[in-house]
Design a protein around this ligand. Structure first.
Ligand code: NAD
Length: 377
């Protein structure tokens, strides 16, 4: 069976879906790896490194592949190149990319979306969303630190004492916890808030303060482990209660997401106005519209003296390690699907079925089907 690893075609994407060190693992399971020449270059993995580990370098790695590993959802030209009946394992942005999903079904592709990996213990080594959130949380702090006109740490110098910066993290999931840990390492004073009450202990164990907002959040977590959407009234009260923490912060890193929905607006213009001039907001929810009402996804804007960074694809800006982590997730998933050198789909297995979006010419995912029906109306 032939595994194809093409170069990513999305503008600005520097990651690659497989790194050389994992080729031996695939070969041991009887899989042949074909990498498109130059596919790993931008991530720091030259062709020679793949060749040394036994991969074949070719000008095209899609047309003849039985399984294609990708980072970004394939574009129209890539979908047309896929062999009918081939398997695709990739991020597919399944909720926003309905046309792409339909095109994959029409091409008879068995497509697995890494975003839809179930949150069960068995799936942890395949959890690419968590891996990429780790990268994003880390990078968000570095970006904020480099743009802030202040130091992060407390400094006692002959030129006087520098007080530490204050960082407020909204949403303490995987990205938020990594942001807290990174900001603490740089010496900032860190406060964080999340609607899931279980998070308090994790925040405190990293040495940060949990912002106690007088909000009723008993029903904040879905069975999937993700946050549940709250009412408009809840968000309004949350905004009011976070005003003090916002006004005291030099940096706000906001990461709050609800799967499959627009990110909740948690920071209003009034809250931005309450911040000190020179403060920085990094909106990691920008890809889902942003947690701040002034965020412009894909851009940085200055509003009321505050810099708001709505950068997209932060994991792509740390391509070496982001590729290493993603490749591990994807390889673990592929090997889960392979038995005796061939793909054998057990559709009764939650881990196989959960991320399966298209199969045998149809869109099969229960969360995507209603969206298609709605779009067709
Ligand atoms: P996410 O990226 O969907 O959301 C980020 C965070 O935003 C979450 O912690 C969420 O609770 C929070 N949030 C949502 N609305 C908010 C609001 N109004 N105010 C403040 N915060 C808000 O989530 P994630 O980081 O991918 O995962 C969340 C948690 O799921 C993790 O911390 C982890 O405990 C758990 N998890 C479990 C598994 C597993 O069991 N396999 C895998 C990954 C994560």
């Amino acid at each position: 069976m032939r595994i194809g690893v093409p170069q990513e075609t999305t503008p600005g994407e520097r990651r690659v879906a497989l790194v050389p060190d994992l080729i031996a693992k695939l070969a041991k399971s009887g899989l042949e790896v074909v990498v498109q020449s130059g596919a790993g270059e931008a991530a720091g993995y030259p062709d020679s490194a793949y060749a040394e580990k036994g991969a074949r370098l070719e000008p095209d790695a899609i047309a003849s592949a039985d399984v294609v590993l990708k980072v970004q959802p394939p574009g129209t030209a890539e979908i047309e190149k896929l062999k009918s009946g081939a398997i695709l394992i990739s991020f597919l942005q399944p909720y926003d990319n309905l046309a792409g999903i339909q095109a994959l079904a029409a091409r008879n592709i068995t497509a697995f979306s890494m975003e839809l990996m179930p949150r069960i213990t068995r799936a942890q080594p395949m959890d690419a969303l968590s891996a990429m959130s780790t990268v994003a949380g880390y990078k968000a702090v570095l970006l904020a630190a480099s743009r802030l006109p202040r130091f992060f740490p407390l400094l006692m110098t002959a030129a006087g004492t520098i007080t530490p910066s204050r960082v407020f993290v909204i949403g303490a999931g995987v990205a938020g916890l990594q942001a807290i840990a990174t900001a603490k390492r740089l010496g900032a004073v860190v406060e964080a808030y999340d609607t899931r009450p279980a998070v308090k202990e994790q925040v405190e164990s990293l040495g940060a303060k949990f912002a106690e907002l007088a909000l009723e959040t008993k029903d904040a977590e879905a069975k999937t482990g993700y946050a549940k959407a709250q009412s408009e009234d809840f968000y309004k009260r949350q905004q009011e209660m976070m005003l003090t923490s916002m006004a005291a912060a030099d940096v706000v890193i906001t990461t709050a997401l609800i799967p499959g929905q627009r990110a909740p607006i948690l920071i209003t213009e009034e809250m931005v106005r309450a911040m000190r001039p020179g403060s920085v907001i990094v909106d990691l929810a920008a890809e889902q519209g942003g947690n701040c009402s002034l965020t412009e996804p894909g851009a940085e804007v200055h509003r009321h003296g505050v810099l708001i960074l709505g950068l997209l694809n932060l994991p792509g800006s740390v391509p070496f390690h982001a590729s290493q982590m993603y490749a591990k997730n994807v390889t673990n998933y592929l090997l889960h699907l392979v038995k005796d050198g061939a793909i054998q789909l057990d559709l009764t297995d939650e881990l196989t079925k959960g991320p399966l979006v298209t199969h045998q010419g149809a869109v099969v995912h229960p969360a995507i089907q209603p969206r298609l029906a709605e779009a067709a109306r």
